[in-house]
Design a protein around this ligand. Structure first.
Ligand SMILES: NC(=O)c1ccc[n+]([C@@H]2O[C@H](COP(=O)([O-])OP(=O)(O)OC[C@H]3O[C@@H](n4cnc5c(N)ncnc54)[C@H](O)[C@@H]3O)[C@@H](O)[C@H]2O)c1
Length: 273
């Protein structure tokens, strides 16, 4: 987030409670989203990877997060305990933010065909896609009759083949399909499910991808707006989808990437031939 940027304050999330996953540090996309939700009056619980308390606690405290609980999404007992803790504190929830992904570093470089292993592939799909299904089911069970809103975070490496993104691109394709199926299942209960697809952003996750800096630079130069994806833009889109502003939108894949996904040829191809 730009240091001088203040997330717009208001009441759009007043009276709403929810869970935010995936805050690891102040650069995390989940942190930008949580800051915006707090500025609009949301009450939140953070579910973070075990061992991250020291980093996450001061951030959570600074925006009045009510509950911090560790969760490892690969472990059923850990999931049971984390969701039970939120249920005990909040009773019901109105929104859920899934911002979790992982693939072994060795799978995020070079040749997709040569470097993808069974173990690495399944691990990436488990943490980055199945976790969403599991979270959506547990979150939906805690939502009131009035319904609720769930979002997940994806990347355009699901739709196009991006260098080094490899296994994670396949996991994101599964995640996006899972979000559509969840939207279909949960729609009759008034629960909306959407996926946000930001352009590359400077976070811990990006650092795990070989050539991550290149993804940032390419994303910028190939985008329609010729600029980086901003945390404020991603947080604003999340606010739209999680608040009642988004009430008729579900099953959608929303790109927040300064127009990276609409571009065909890059500008330097113009005038050739
Ligand atoms: N940074 C980007 O360029 C970018 C672009 C588009 C989408 N995304 C997506 O946004 C989401 C958030 O990533 P980020 O970029 O903010 O990076 P991040 O590293 O800050 O967030 C990833 C989070 O996943 C959590 N996590 C990993 N394994 C877990 C497990 N087993 N159990 C529970 N939590 C686990 C980590 O603790 C971390 O908080 C991810 O889904 C990522 O793929 C990132």
């Amino acid at each position: 987030m730009a240091d001088d940027y203040q997330m717009p304050k208001g009441e759009l999330m007043r009276g709403k409670r929810g869970i935010v996953t995936g805050v690891a540090n102040h650069q995390s996309i989940a942190w930008g989203i949580a800051s915006q939700l707090a500025a609009q009056g949301a009450e939140m619980a953070f579910l973070h990877l075990p061992g991250m308390e020291r980093r996450v606690a001061p951030l959570a405290e600074s925006i009045g997060v009510k509950l911090l609980s560790p969760v490892d999404v690969t472990d059923d007992a850990s999931m049971d305990a984390a969701f039970a803790a939120v249920k005990a504190a909040f009773g019901t929830i109105d929104f859920f933010v899934h911002a979790i992904a992982f693939a072994n570093k060795d799978e995020l470089k070079g040749s997709f065909v040569d470097n993808t292993t069974r173990e690495g592939f399944l691990r990436a799909l488990n943490i980055s896609a199945f976790s969403f299904v599991d979270c959506a089911r547990r979150a939906a069970e805690m939502m009131p009759e009035a319904g609720g809103s769930i979002i997940t975070l994806t990347y355009m490496g699901s739709e196009r083949a991006i260098p080094n993104y490899n296994t994670m691109g396949v996991a994101k394709a599964a995640l996006e399909a899972a979000a559509r199926y969840a939207a279909r299942d949960l729609g009759p209960k008034g629960i909306r499910v959407n996926a946000l697809s930001p352009g590359a952003m400077r976070t811990l996750s990006l650092a795990g991808i070989q050539g991550g800096r290149g993804m940032l630079a390419k994303g910028r130069s190939l985008s329609a707006m010729k600029e980086d994806t901003s945390m404020e833009g991603v947080a604003g889109a999340a606010l739209w989808l999680l608040s009642d502003l988004g009430r008729s939108t579900t099953g959608e894949l929303v790109h927040v990437d300064a127009g990276f996904h609409i571009m065909g040829f890059s500008d330097d191809a113009e005038g050739e031939g």
